[in-house]
Structure formats: structure tokens, C-alpha cells
Design a protein around this ligand. Sequence first.
Ligand code: DX5
Ligand code: ZN
Length: 225
Amino acid sequence: MIDEVRIAPSILSADFLNMGAELDSIASADWIHVDVMDGRWVPNLTFGPDVVAACKRRSDLVVDTHLMVADPRAVADFYLGAGADALSFHLEACPHAYRMCQRIRAAGARPGVALNPATAVSSLEAVIDYVDYVLVMSVEPGFSGQTFIPQSLERIRRVRELRDRRNPTALIEVDGGIGPANIEDVVRAGADVVVCGSAVFKTQDRSRTIALLRERARLGKGMGA
Ligand code: DX5
Ligand code: ZN
């Protein structure tokens, strides 16, 4: 069976003065992507655990929390306590990846590891068996609205090869610079979960945009429209 691709709008691009309505507008998506930035590991500064708790109160979607922080070990419990359903941390920022995965799983959430565009795909080999998903960054982390790095497609294919061989149930999430124009290629390369920030929130009719993304993603899966 071929799984449907999950669409994960990133609230980094939402209207912060209108978050309730913004979350309601993406109810037809699958995951809500929450980008956590600490102003140190990346230049930008964003959401605390209360934002995750607020998303959980408002929406039934999977709340997917992406930690882009200097010390994920120091903050993971706050986000798990707030109800994050999936929690990813960057391998580049976490020297104890096994322990982090165990901690996330013990809290009842799905552990994910994230890789920056210049981090070797081979660094996943040691942890691939322990994760529920791999997050492949297709832009440098920190900001929405950046251009997709074309070399990411080859990286996704390599992650897929490793995933298929070692942990076939793990999902591949791809994050950065994705919209209707390139989602088909990203899915064809191997993405199961596609993060879209500006491509969703900068449009008026979010349901229509999500439907269009799904339609193009199905083409990438070879499922027809
Ligand atoms: C970048 C974040 C992304 C970002 C994606 O550091 O991890 O999730 O919100 O935004 P777009 O889709 O606009 O590139
Ligand atoms: Zn992200």
C-alpha cells in the first residue's frame, strides 16, 4: 500500500495576530509544524512550549515540533509536557541522540532527527533504527520563505535508500522552500511529510492550496491526481 503524503503547514508563516483562525484555516492538513528557534543556534527567535499547548487545544492535527536550539536536551521536556505529538531535534546540536530518542518515546511522542543541508546523510546511520522520522532540511534553518536547495533531492533519495533498508516504517519529512511547483519532485525523491510555510499561509484560500499540494504530491507518489 502506498501511503498518502502528509501536508504539514508551518505556523512560522502564519499571522500571529490571528492564530486561532489561522489554525482553523489549515484543518484539512495533517500535521502542524511548529518551528522552535532560540536566537542562538539559529538567528531567529520563535515559539515557547505554551504555543504547542495552544495548538493542541485548538486543533486535532498532529503537532510536530521542530527544535532548532543550541541545547535540545535542556528544553525537550517542556515541549513534551506541552503535548508535542512529534518532536525532532538536530543531530548537529545533540551529542546524545539515542538518549533523546528514548526520552521522547518514553513521553509518548514520536522521536525525529533533523539534518541541515550540509550535514552528511551518513550521520543518520547510527540512529536511523531509533527514530520515527527523519527531517531533511532543504534550506538553512532559521527563516521561512527561502529558496529550496536543489541538491536536497539527491539527499532525500539517499535518506530513502537508508530508511528502506534499515527502518521501513520511519517517515521522511522535508522542510524548506516547498510549494505546488516542486512538491511533486520532493515526493518522488522520497518525502512522506512535506512542510510548507509561506506556500500555504501566504495564500488566501488555505483549503484550496492544501488540496492542490495533495494533488501534486499524489502525482509524485505515482498515484495519479
Ligand atoms: C526553517 C523552518 C521551516 C520554515 C519553512 O527554519 O524550519 O519549517 O518555516 O518555511 P517555507 O516553507 O516558507 O520555506
Ligand atoms: Zn521547520
